[in-house]
Design a binder for this molecule. Sequence first.
Ligand SMILES: NC(=O)c1ccc[n+]([C@@H]2O[C@H](COP(=O)([O-])OP(=O)(O)OC[C@H]3O[C@@H](n4cnc5c(N)ncnc54)[C@H](O)[C@@H]3O)[C@@H](O)[C@H]2O)c1
Length: 234
Amino acid sequence: MTRNAVVTGGVRGLGLAIARRLARDGLRVSVWDLDAPAEAFAHHALCDVTSPESIDAALAATEAALGPVDVMVANAGITGPNHLAEDYPIEAWRRVIDVDLTGVYLCNRAVLPGMRARDWGRIVNIASIAGKEGNPNAVAYSAAKAGVIGLTKSIGKETATTGIRVNCITPAAVETELFQQMTPEQIAWMKSKIPMGRFGLPEEVAEMAAWLASDACSFSTGAVFDCSGGRAVY
Ligand SMILES: NC(=O)c1ccc[n+]([C@@H]2O[C@H](COP(=O)([O-])OP(=O)(O)OC[C@H]3O[C@@H](n4cnc5c(N)ncnc54)[C@H](O)[C@@H]3O)[C@@H](O)[C@H]2O)c1
């Protein structure tokens, strides 16, 4: 049976690596992003994950093109600026929470009824080590990612007796275009925290996402999967 997967933010970075990996595993992938993908996937939809209407339209288009969504990888995210908490621009705080937390919630919410009806689904939310540890000068990002961990645990429990598995990944720094939103000091600080002494590769996160999206992930739900080069010991 061919399964259908949505990868939000799949045009570049981690999302692109995950979309490629799921396609290689034989899933039909729909990429939902603000931008159109440069490479061909089974389907794509222009979508703003902060907008329920935009998500509804993307879901309807995906279902019309491919059929039901079996796998949701909620990956789209932004870092926001780097400031001390007391100086953090309130508008930037709202924007980061909107994209990184509310966007993940809305994408989970949209696919859950169909997954429940079919009694099978895999949701993989991309959080961050920042959500576990709290990165300095990144209060909104850290709070949003901690929120993603919390909502993953909550939905994991709500669906635990069904065929749905809901998990999140907490990567440490992976070199993608997201780095262009950070200061050199922030990037150097992140690298210094990783015991392996290097940044992660998008393919390393994609490997974990592919397993979490598969039947092989059967007895794990509401869980947080580390991908941090040894930075997290929990
Ligand atoms: N790169 C890292 O070091 C790192 C580490 C931990 C977690 N993460 C998380 O991984 C995810 C992907 O990060 P990345 O490094 O690949 O970023 P990236 O900037 O390379 O790609 C993010 C993608 O999300 C899309 N996007 C942004 N806002 C959107 C919106 N409102 N609606 C739809 N699409 C939107 C962008 O267009 C882009 O294609 C993010 O959630 C990020 O927080 C990244």
